[in-house]
Design a protein around this ligand. Structure first.
Ligand SMILES: [Ca+2]
Ligand SMILES: [Ca+2]
Length: 159
């Protein structure tokens, strides 16, 4: 009788420990991150002609780079990291970078451009996003589409 009571309490202790471990695990799965650092931007597909159905550059492929922008200004200018004379066979294009988003409600844009030497750069397209649209599952990467432009962003969440 006495022995049974002891084994029962050990059983309860085990159940209690398991519950404790489970509850600490579930806490880990619902973090409250306040920052996201973009570490790479990937262009999977894009248009190779402008709205007039003309090539971005006459005779050569576009020289593609990105900018991270908000509604008011350029936050990260990737002009120096352009890929020159790109064709469809060169996709996807990937840029490694580091840009911290500390206001998760900020409306951000990834602008994709063709670099031009003598006239203003051509705007190939853009995608827009707010990081707080992704705080449900806190993905380390997510994709966005706008017309034929398909962009994947990867990064790290932190406090
Ligand atoms: Ca051009
Ligand atoms: Ca070119």
């Amino acid at each position: 009788m006495k022995k049974k009571r002891i084994s029962l309490s050990i059983y309860h202790l085990c159940v209690f420990s398991v519950l404790l471990i489970l509850s600490s695990c579930s806490k880990e799965y619902s973090p409250n991150y306040t920052k996201f650092t973009i570490t790479s931007v990937k262009v999977n597909s894009m248009s190779f002609v402008n709205s007039g159905s003309k090539d971005w550059d006459p005779g050569t492929g576009p020289d593609v780079f990105i900018k991270i922008e908000d509604q008011y200004s350029v936050l990260l200018d990737g002009t120096v990291s352009k890929y020159q004379d790109i064709s469809d066979a060169n996709l996807p294009l990937i840029w490694s970078l580091e840009h911290e988003v500390s206001d998760l409600s900020e409306l951000l844009y990834i602008g994709v451009y063709d670099y031009d030497s003598f006239d203003p750069d051509d705007a190939i397209g853009y995608v827009s996003f707010k990081m707080n649209e992704h705080t449900g599952s806190y993905p380390e990467s997510f994709s966005m589409w706008n017309g034929s432009l398909w962009v994947t962003i990867s990064g790290e969440w932190s406090y």
